[in-house]
Design a protein around this ligand. Sequence first.
Ligand SMILES: Cc1cc2nc3c(=O)[nH]c(=O)nc-3n(C[C@H](O)[C@H](O)[C@H](O)COP(=O)(O)O)c2cc1C
Length: 343
Amino acid sequence: MSHVLTGSFLFSYNYVLILGIKHNTFRVKNIQKYMRIGKQSGGKVMKSLKLAEKRHSVRDYKNKKLNSDDLKTLSLLLLDAPELMNSSGVDFFFVEEGEIYAPLLERLAGYNGIMISAPHYYVLLSDAITNDYKAVGYIGEWFVLNALKQGIGSCWLEVKDSDKLKSILHIDSPKEAVALLAVGYAQKEHQYSNLFGKGNKESLFTLAEMGYPNINTDLSQGPTSYRKSITEFIYMNEWGNTPDISDLEQIRLHEALFYMRLAPSYENRQPWMFVFREDHIDLAIEQHESISPIIRAVDAGIAMLYMEVGLHDTGIAGKWQLSVLEPPADIPDGYELVGQYNF
Ligand SMILES: Cc1cc2nc3c(=O)[nH]c(=O)nc-3n(C[C@H](O)[C@H](O)[C@H](O)COP(=O)(O)O)c2cc1C
């Protein structure tokens, strides 16, 4: 595939959306054609949306290894990974004996150094290059969504000490252990995890709020954690220019954005801000002193995958560009430009 970042389950279309701003609103020059495409591709949007709606971080696993068919499917999946996997050199290292290694990895991975016990893990490794960390996010989440199609649950885990973790797992690689993916069968159909209520999303969180197993919380309301509204993470044409939902519906962007809002992120911070310009979209990620540039880049890669799937399914072709980015003057301090999606 020709995309800089692309996945085998993504689709390409030859149509281009042209946006133009007029008095805090915008118009689509080829709206007739665009609306027709939206209708045609509705089935695919629904399919992808349903998958993303079903996904949630699984922190409570059945005490059972994946069966051999599922393990084989996961291995084959990696052979069919997005082309980016080769170009970025992201490696997946499989840890079969999760229950043996989980206690050994305490303090080396997971929020506050608290491991999630799982039957298996994948260690995602890359060179210590920002764009490769983004590739980890993109490919890792592609893997998560495809594993979910097989009924396999997963959870991202941050790595706190790459060297120690590699030494314990006997990983002989110069690459950095960027993140772990816990994998297995979910204990419940939905591990309720309404982690970060709107009111306290900036505050420190408790383990109960994070949906850790065996902790009852009345906060639990549904399988998906709190998400921003779609108008909270997009601007039209310039920073600060928030569209109305009806504008987004008119140009049929809302479906792509509903998909996007379901992307997982570190501490569920949803740090993304997309600025739709005339011929491209800028993706900026909010910086936070307590969050490492590695995590920021992984969050960025995950967001790029979701936005790309949403846009492609809606019929908006394009590709992400990661390098040689000229940050537009309107992106404020505290945000980092991490990618541009060129139509
Ligand atoms: C880069 C990254 C690192 C994460 N690290 C952890 C972690 O160490 N421990 C954990 O319990 N969840 C971790 N998560 C999961 C997030 O908390 C979760 O995706 C977010 O709260 C949204 O919830 P949901 O995935 O159920 O939709 C991580 C997610 C991402 C994207």
